[in-house]
Structure formats: structure tokens, C-alpha cells
Ligand binder design. Sequence first.
Ligand code: RI2
Length: 323
Amino acid sequence: MDKLYSMKSDFENVAKAVEDIKNMRIRGASVIAKYALESIRRDSRKILEKSRNREEFLENFEAIKESLLRTRPTAVALPNALRFIEYRLKLKSRNKNITKNELCDEMISSIDYFLDKIKNSKKEIATAFSKLIKTKVSIMTHCHSSTTVEVIKKINEDRKVKEVYVTETRPLYQGYVTAKKLRESNINVKLIVDSASGMFMKNVDLVLVGADAITLNGDVINKIGTYPIAVVAKEENKNFFVTAESYKIATNAKTGKEIAIEYRSIREVYNGNLGRLGNPEILNPSFDITPAKYITAIITELGAVRGKQPKKIKEILKKAKYV
Ligand code: RI2
């Protein structure tokens, strides 16, 4: 039977998650990972029913994993989460007496472990980062990172936020989400167009962004437009920080060049009559690579990486047993 067909009819929560993630109704690296894991959890009974034995249970998990991995190619939070669960299932299934029900229990407990990790890491990063800030600061941020928003809210709770410059983040305007979330905490927000980030860099003390992937040499892959902001920050002698969980480390990528950059529909950039513009080619990469040399530090829940520190990244990976 065709895998996708059976996925749609059998595992409806996972099938919905695949569609929602692909169409970006659900966005943001850790939000995507959380949503996908919760969908597997909701379908767990179904997976069990559709598996006649432990082998079929593992096959069904594999099919689910593959369909979720195909949704978006760049961010590594979801792949790391799925591989962690797969690893735990493989370990468990070494014991030939383990039943499909026990494998299902293992899958659910691994999902819960990772979901806890997602929730707790953000808090840990926010607490650690706020401690680094000694005076009231003006911040610039780009796109919408749930982690960065939590960090800024914590700095604000500690009464150290003067204002936050938020870029709109074309073409999908995730900056609006950031602006709204920060305003909910009454933070002074200045929403600017992406191309104004250079002009306003003089007004800020530091830049703070999230990450979709961090490579072993300390390069960071984040929303398109992050790289030019980092370059201007360096030119203006401003600190450029990345706040991201350890499960965003791409364990097999030595440098940013090894990460596949997602290109999305040109309709996100221009939805009118292309002929009117003389039919130009439209390019719509979703992410860019910020080389480690532009990054003051990457703050994870398991420690900070300052500039090019591949050893430190390896240390973090060692501590992050779940990756
Ligand atoms: P959190 C987003 O990508 C942004 O690039 C953001 O910085 C990153 O994910 C991390 O988000 P997209 O899914 O995990 O909007 O910090 O393309 O929420």
C-alpha cells in the first residue's frame, strides 16, 4: 500500500502535522518539533493497532519519521528529536522479548522527555542570558524565534530592556508575531522594515536571534536576512548573540555550507502578474548562513560557545545525550 495514503488514513494527526509544517501554518524550529512529536503521541494508539508485531511497529515509526523529515529541509530540531526517539526504540528492541506495547510505551516516554527538554531549555537559556546583561539595553531581533522571545521577556522581567527593534522579516512577516508577543509584555517595540536594520544598528546595544541549525564550526543558519544583520553588527561594534537549544546542533555538518537551504514558492515573494514585471526570475531562500566570525556567542542551555570553538560545541553535544 502507498505509504502516504496509509499515513493519511491511518495516522491522521501525523498527516495533519506534515501538511501544517510544509505549508508553514506551524513555524519556528522548536515549535515544529513540538507539534510533530505531539502528533505522533496522539496517534500512538493507532500506530499500535496498525502494527501486528514489534517489527511492524518499528516500520510504522520509520514511515512516520520519513514523512516528517521531508517537510522542511533546513532546521534540525525535528530531525534531532525523531532520531532520538528512533535511537531509544532501537536500543529497547535489542531485547528480543520486548513487545510492541512496550515499544509504544518507550516511544511515548521518549517523546515526553524531548517535549520537557524543549520547554525547560528555553527557560534555562533565558535565565543564563539575562545574567549576562548588566545594564538596560536596546536590542534588535529578526524573524520570530520562540526562544529569543522568551529570553527578551526574561531580560524585561529583570527590568533591563529599554526597547526592541523588530524587523518585519519578509516574505512571511514573522516579525509581526515577535512584535505582538513582546507587546503582550508591554515591551517598547519598534517595528522596522528589514532594510532599515543597518540604519538602526547604531541605536542598539546588541542583536539577539534564534537558530534553525548550528554547525560544528559555530556557523549559524537562521531566517534569511540574519547574515547581513550580523555583518552590520560587527561593523558597528555591536554584540551579536544567538540563543538556541543544543538540539539545534547539526551533528553531521562541519560548516554552514553543508546545510541544505530551503527555497520556497516564489509566490511568497510576488503574487501578482509576473509578466508585468517582465518575467524576472524570483529567488526565495528561507535561510542564510552567518559565519562563526560574526557571532559573539551562541547561548545554549548546556553552555555558551564564543566564536569559533568547535571543541566547546563537541562538549555540548556530549552533554546532550538526547541528540
Ligand atoms: P525557535 C524560524 O524558522 C526562524 O528562522 C527562527 O529564528 C527559528 O525558526 C528558530 O525558532 P521558520 O520555521 O525554535 O519560521 O527559536 O522558517 O522558535
